[in-house]
Design a binder for this molecule. Structure first.
Ligand SMILES: O=C(O)c1ccccc1NCC(=O)[C@H](O)[C@H](O)COP(=O)(O)O
Length: 209
């Protein structure tokens, strides 16, 4: 079964709906570089509203360690996600499981970075260029994804209900991560796009067993 992470949540009702529809994780973005940024109070309200067994993912991009610690203490996320130039040992200092995003926008040139995070719980392969923010809605060439990677792959970048089945067929990822493909505006999730996305993933799982 392909795990589903819905990222860039800013409203309690969107996060709860995602969980009810079957999302396994919701992402809360703390970097100032995002149009989907939440503050700690908003994030805590969203995290507390989620039912059990849905993971809260706290996402950072080159923030100070002290700020990451503050978010961990207030929000108690189940997973951290680092989206910037953070190194593996820096990500590991918080003693929490983490995902590391790798920008796949440069094609082949990105491949060495996929081996640089042995401590990560998983790698988020995203479609934007190096140094750029996520949530871009850009897909990358999925066929570049190596078959054998030491860490589980979470496929991201430009996914939506209309292309996620193809993406799953080509990459066979552990999970998929979506933001703009389920939105009506940045940070505002669209219930029908969200439902269609989850249904498309589950249909792909049933087809590609
Ligand atoms: O979504 C953002 O605004 C964002 C900004 C800065 C760093 C990361 C960000 N998002 C990370 C995610 O996990 C997104 O879900 C991922 O990039 C996929 O986004 P999309 O292409 O819009 O589906």
């Amino acid at each position: 079964m392909t795990r589903i992470k819905c990222c860039g949540m800013t409203r309690v009702e969107d996060a709860v709906l995602a969980a009810e529809l079957g999302a396994d994780a919701v992402g809360l973005i703390f970097t100032a570089r995002s149009r989907r940024r939440v503050d700690v109070d908003q994030a805590r309200a969203i995290a507390r509203a989620l039912p059990p067994m849905v993971t809260t993912v706290a996402l950072f991009m080159d923030e100070d360690a002290a700020f990451v610690d503050e978010v961990i203490a207030s929000v108690q996320p189940g997973l951290l996600q680092f989206h910037g130039a953070e190194r593996d040992d820096w990500c590991a200092q918080f003693g929490r499981p983490y995902l590391k995003a790798v920008a796949m926008g440069e094609g082949d040139h990105a491949l060495p970075r996929l081996r640089a995070f042995p401590g990560a719980a998983g790698l988020v392969l995203d479609g934007h260029g190096l140094g750029e923010a996520g949530g871009s809605g850009k897909a990358f060439d999925w066929s570049l994804t190596p078959r054998e990677l030491a860490r589980p792959v979470i496929l991201a970048g430009g996914l939506h209900a209309g292309n996620v089945a193809d993406a799953i067929r080509v990459v066979r990822p552990w999970g998929v991560d979506v933001s703009s493909g389920i939105e009506s505006a940045p940070g505002i999730k669209d219930p029908s796009r969200l439902a269609a996305f989850v249904a498309a993933v589950r249909a792909a799982d049933a087809t590609h067993v």
